[in-house]
Design a protein around this ligand. Structure first.
Ligand SMILES: *[C@@H]1O[C@H](CO)[C@@H](O)[C@H](O)[C@H]1NC(C)=O
Ligand SMILES: *[C@@H]1O[C@H](CO)[C@@H](O)[C@H](O)[C@H]1NC(C)=O
Ligand SMILES: *[C@@H]1O[C@H](CO)[C@@H](O)[C@H](O)[C@H]1NC(C)=O
Length: 543
């Protein structure tokens, strides 16, 4: 049975707002007893009215007897504790008096890892199998997954199946779920350069990512405005390029903590060090790295993109990316490559001379490609794969076959760009319609939700090259005060698009579930903003 038949559908109608514009108004329909609201919706979901009670004093999450993971698997031990908390942490204590006995009760969730290597100490990657199966029945539930990553996804689903009845007692219905993601790369980009984002806020959002089954944290860690990454090799970069050298930085131990916190939740951390543009802050701590701009025949005192004509630039990049390659364990590094402004390069007589020597004519995109090409060779030699923004592909740079092209522009039409990129045989991921830093009045989650990354003119072979997408939250107008509510639950719409089956796109059904999912996030202490009018059984109580 498909889940859609089990979850009450909201109704869609149009209203006129006071300034005369139309927008969708999705009326919320709570069922009598608050039923389940899975988000993102699993592949296969069957449930029956047989309900079992859960008691905090008797229920336990344990390793199944024949699981290949045991108590030494700290990743799972940690997750068991976390999800127990989510299930019982905010319960009305009255309802869980230890001596209360229920007729039909669920007392155990057994977690069964089946692969010989459960991957307790590994990192997730692009090829990770995140599938799981969940059977909830009388007395016990079994969560079966090949490895810990699938188990993490299944634990989240299990916790979402639990609901409170009218007496505040936790219930779960007899359920059978088989689930796996549609796309392998399901990411969130956070920008920690335009504003400094405190470590705690990053960690909270990793936690929320796991609640939404996201698996990539794209850390746009530095940019023009500030360089908060503390490099061991080049400490001056943050010393001089951060907003503050001690309070507004990410130390090596901070970075380690983020990576480990993410790993424990099945999330990859892909760092972006964007060059040759977006590098003003780099220039503060590294002399001669940026191109001096000229006004007529004199240096103007300002600087442009990374200077591509100096050997010292490539020496620097070699040392720098060698460090990055060891600090960030993921197989991929994002190298940026977007929005390079040529005006400074054009003004500089040494650059002009170099262009002539190389036979580039007046085509500065050739100079950009010259730089990127050398950078890619440097990064390849550290055995890392790379992701780049679409301009690198658009400019015809020679790319390794496993390069991932990140499509972000809205003009020209992103669907055509996806078609071009995949026609050239490259893997691609989509962000163009998912710039969540852009906000507007009304329910903009719907437009976010309607997007399908595989909806472009191309062969099925081309469609297979789409690895997923990322919701981006650029930081010009975002810091710790508004980051979390701006991102959630709007990013949840992206989460379902990237996880659930292509056929899951009914807005009314999504609205009903998303309202409840958002209430669940509130209950877990996350200030996720409202979708529309209404209330939650447990409101967010503020700071
Ligand atoms: C769960 O069980 C309750 C009580 O029998 C029933 O009212 C409800 O419809 C069931 N929900 C699902 C999703 O099966
Ligand atoms: C830069 O390196 C190239 C190749 O290694 C070399 O031919 C050239 O002389 C170097 N330029 C300078 C200014 O050192
Ligand atoms: C596919 O191509 C047709 C014909 O050129 C065009 O009308 C249509 O909009 C395209 N579809 C997409 C999703 O780009």
């Amino acid at each position: 049975m498909h889940a859609l038949t089990l979850i009450s559908l909201g109704t869609v109608f149009l209203t006129t707002s006071c300034n005369g514009r139309f927008f969708d108004n999705l009326e919320e329909r709570y069922s009598e007893s608050e039923d389940v609201s899975l988000w993102p919706l699993p592949r296969q979901f069957q449930s029956s009215p047989a309900a079992f009670k859960l008691s905090a004093s008797r229920f336990e999450i344990v390793h199944a007897q024949d699981s290949t993971a045991g108590p030494s698997c700290t990743l799972l031990q940690n997750a068991f504790r976390r999800y127990f908390e989510y299930i019982f942490g905010y319960l009305n204590k009255q309802a869980t008096l230890p001596n209360e006995v229920f007729d039909s009760e669920l007392t155990q969730l057994q977690v069964l890892i089946t692969s010989s290597d459960p991957e307790c100490h590994g990192y997730p990657n692009l090829k990770t199998d995140e599938s799981y199966q969940l059977e909830v029945d009388e007395l016990k539930a079994v969560l079966k997954a090949p490895n810990v990553w699938g188990a993490l996804r299944g634990l989240e689903t299990f916790s979402q199946l639990v609901y409170e009845d009218d007496y505040g007692v936790n219930n779960i219905n007899k359920t059978s779920i088989s689930d796996y993601p549609r796309f392998a790369h399901r990411g969130i980009l956070l920008d920690t350069s335009r504003h400094y984002v405190p470590l705690k806020v990053i960690l909270v959002n990793l936690e929320v990512m796991a609640m939404n089954k996201f698996n990539v944290f794209h850390w746009h860690i530095v940019d023009d405005t500030s360089f908060p990454y503390v490099s061991r090799t080049f400490p001056d970069l943050s010393q001089k390029g951060a907003f503050h050298p001690y309070t507004h930085v990410y130390t090596p131990s901070d970075v380690k903590l983020v990576i480990e916190f993410a790993r424990m939740r099945g999330i990859r951390v892909i760092a972006e060090f964007d060059t040759p543009g977006h590098t003003q802050s780099w220039g503060k701590g590294q002399t001669d790295l940026l191109t001096p701009c000229f006004s007529g025949s004199h240096p103007s005192g300002t600087f442009g993109p990374v200077n591509p004509i100096l050997n010292s630039t490539y020496d620097f990049m070699t040392s720098f990316f060698k460090e990055i390659g060891t600090v960030f364990p993921d197989a991929y590094i994002h190298l940026g490559g977007d929005e390079v402004d040529f005006s400074c390069w054009k003004s500089n007589p040494d650059v002009q001379k170099f262009m002539e020597q190389q036979g580039f004519g007046q085509d500065y995109s050739k100079l950009e490609s010259f730089y990127i090409q050398r950078l890619l060779d440097i990064v390849s030699s550290t055995n890392k794969g790379y992701m780049v923004w679409q301009e690198v592909f658009d400019n015809g740079v020679k790319l390794k076959a496993d390069t991932q092209i990140h499509v972000w522009k809205t003009k020209p039409e992103y669907r055509d760009e996806m078609a071009r990129v995949t026609a050239s045989g490259f893997h691609t991921l989509l962000s163009s319609p998912w710039y969540l830093n852009r906000i507007s009045y009304g329910q903009d989650w719907q437009e976010i939700y309607k997007v399908d990354p595989q909806r472009f003119n191309g062969t099925s072979e081309q469609k297979k090259l789409v690895i997923g997408g990322e919701a981006c939250l650029w930081g010009e107008f975002v810091d710790a005060t508004n980051l979390t509510p701006r991102l959630w639950p709007r990013a949840s719409a992206v989460a379902e698009r990237l996880w659930s089956d292509e056929s899951v796109k009914d807005l009314g059904n999504a609205y009903t579930r998303l309202v409840k999912h958002r209430c669940r996030m509130l209950r877990r202490g996350i200030p996720a903003e409202p979708l529309y009018v209404g209330h939650c059984p447990h409101e967010y109580s503020g700071l």
